[in-house]
Design a protein around this ligand. Structure first.
Ligand SMILES: N[C@@H](CCC(=O)N[C@@H](CS)C(=O)NCC(=O)O)C(=O)O
Length: 214
């Protein structure tokens, strides 16, 4: 039975899972949601993921996985090669810490539903942009020294890990929201390295079936 990924081309959480699937060479069908139209909050998707967020990975047989990081962990256990986590507990802790800076401390504050809420509270577009950029900057300030210490091409070591699955979509988002990346050379170097990697290319927003030419 084939897998179906519920995704949205520019959304960073499904982008993380697309990278993981591409790194593992796992094939899937792509089901697009328009987050601006609010398709994630309407049936039939609410029947797939009652949390009304993307991604969801439908494995068939009534099994649906949600939450991008736990999907990546599941992928890594089911398809161990190539690994998304390093060998030792201490190394794995560092990779997970990098991933969580993005997934817990940047992204949730900048999610679509947060932007909608800020808008309803009367914050204008410039204020929302300032909010978004600020959380990205704070997170990148924390990631930069970790990547400078542990990176060697990718965020941790020479091969992609779960940290890169989270970092590269967040850099895409930073560019989308006009964050100047010059304060973070280590992050920029990883982003440049990933741009040459076929799995990261396959997962890139511009290469998704629902991509809108900008
Ligand atoms: N913690 C969740 C976050 C999922 C999430 O917030 N997804 C965003 C797209 S990046 C979404 O579907 N947003 C829709 C909305 O905010 O209404 C995960 O990692 O999967």
């Amino acid at each position: 039975m084939s897998f179906t990924l519920y995704s949205a081309w520019r959304a960073t959480a499904p982008y993380r899972v697309r990278i993981g699937l591409a790194l593992k060479g796992v094939a899937y069908d792509y089901s697009a949601l328009d987050l601006i139209k609010g398709e994630q909050r309407e049936p039939p998707y609410t029947g797939v993921n009652p949390q009304k967020l993307t991604p969801a990975l439908d494995l068939g047989g009534g099994r649906v996985l949600t939450q991008s990081l736990s999907i990546l962990e599941w992928l890594d256990e089911e398809y161990p090669d190539p690994p998304l986590l390093p060998k030792t507990p201490l190394e794995r802790q560092v990779v997970r810490a990098m991933a969580l800076i993005v997934a817990c401390d940047i992204h949730p504050l900048n999610n679509t539903r947060v932007g909608r809420k800020l808008h309803k509270m009367g914050i204008d577009q410039a204020g929302i942009l300032d909010w978004t950029q600020g959380w990205i900057r704070d997170g990148f300030d924390a990631l930069e020294p970790l990547i400078a210490s542990y990176g060697a091409g990718f965020a941790f070591g020479e091969t992609p890990t779960m940290a890169d699955c989270c970092l590269i979509p967040q850099v895409y988002s930073a560019n989308r929201y006009q964050v100047d990346l010059s304060p973070w050379p280590a992050i920029q170097a990883v982003n440049a390295r990933a741009a040459d990697h076929p799995a990261f290319q396959a997962a890139h927003p511009n290469n998704q079936p629902d991509a809108v030419p900008l």
